[in-house]
Design a protein around this ligand. Structure first.
Ligand code: ZN
Length: 241
């Protein structure tokens, strides 16, 4: 199977269109979304409309649940909270309902899929270190788990007690190893590389490919400013932080 996994679109239509164009060209067997369709960006309805017919399934992100009222904004920083309130007002009733019904975690094509944490899907832990990756994978039954949330693309290879990070963009999976893979963010990368990110998983070749694509960042920034959202949310797209 050749599979594409996207995450953290965050209402960035310019980035999503570029990613979908690439996915269409490569024609995978299926596409999955790890959540955070909305929040921060200025095109939440358009992103759900565009992505929903293309995906086989999706799990909920914390920004999706904040927008539809399933979780409180208490721990959001001020810019994120303001964007969440803007998103709630902007979303159509149908899209609010769609987000409200998304599961927190599930098994998909032999992989565990969850927005942030396989150990505690409703706690929104971040996974940055090998120790954190190792802990999270102890709670996962599948040999591979896909996550988003930190907006930092990368794979951890779990080998017994260790979970070193595999830094290459094309990871060749080794027999007997388990993998925790952050697919990166389509619409708001924070790993210093402003290009849109998604993951390509080829189960026959046993490869994980972190794809990065240049897109119309200026267009996405202009849309955020025109919507009256916090200026910082536009600025950070340019630097990828
Ligand atoms: Zn996110």
């Amino acid at each position: 199977m050749r599979l594409a996994i996207v995450s953290d679109v965050h209402g960035n239509l310019e980035a999503l269109d570029r990613v979908l164009e690439d996915i269409d060209r490569r024609a995978p067997d299926a596409v999955f979304c790890l959540g955070d369709f909305v929040g921060y960006g200025a095109a939440p309805n358009e992103c759900i409309e565009r992505l929903r017919p293309r995906i086989e399934g999706a799990v909920a992100g914390n920004h999706d649940l904040a927008a539809c009222g399933r979780i409180r904004l208490g721990y959001f920083n001020p810019d994120a909270a303001e964007a969440a309130r803007w998103t709630t007002r902007a979303l159509t009733p149908e899209h609010l309902e769609y987000l409200r019904e998304l599961p927190l975690a599930m098994s998909w094509r032999g992989a565990c899929v969850v927005h942030a944490s396989p150990a505690e899907p409703s706690e929104w832990h971040y996974v940055f270190t090998p120790n954190e990756a190792h802990h999270e994978m102890q709670h996962c039954h599948e040999p591979i788990c896909f996550i988003g949330h930190s907006h930092v693309a990368g794979a951890f290879e779990i080998d017994g007690e260790f979970a070193p990070r595999r830094p290459e963009s094309l990871v060749r999976m080794r027999p007997g190893m388990r993998y925790l893979v952050n697919v990166g963010s389509v619409g708001q990368p924070r790993d210093g590389d402003p290009r849109a990110a998604y993951l390509w998983w080829d189960t026959e070749a046993s490869t994980l490919e972190h794809v990065r694509l240049e897109y119309d960042i200026a267009g996405a920034m202009a849309r955020i400013r025109a919507a009256g959202l916090p200026a910082f949310l536009a600025e950070r797209l340019r630097v990828g932080q």
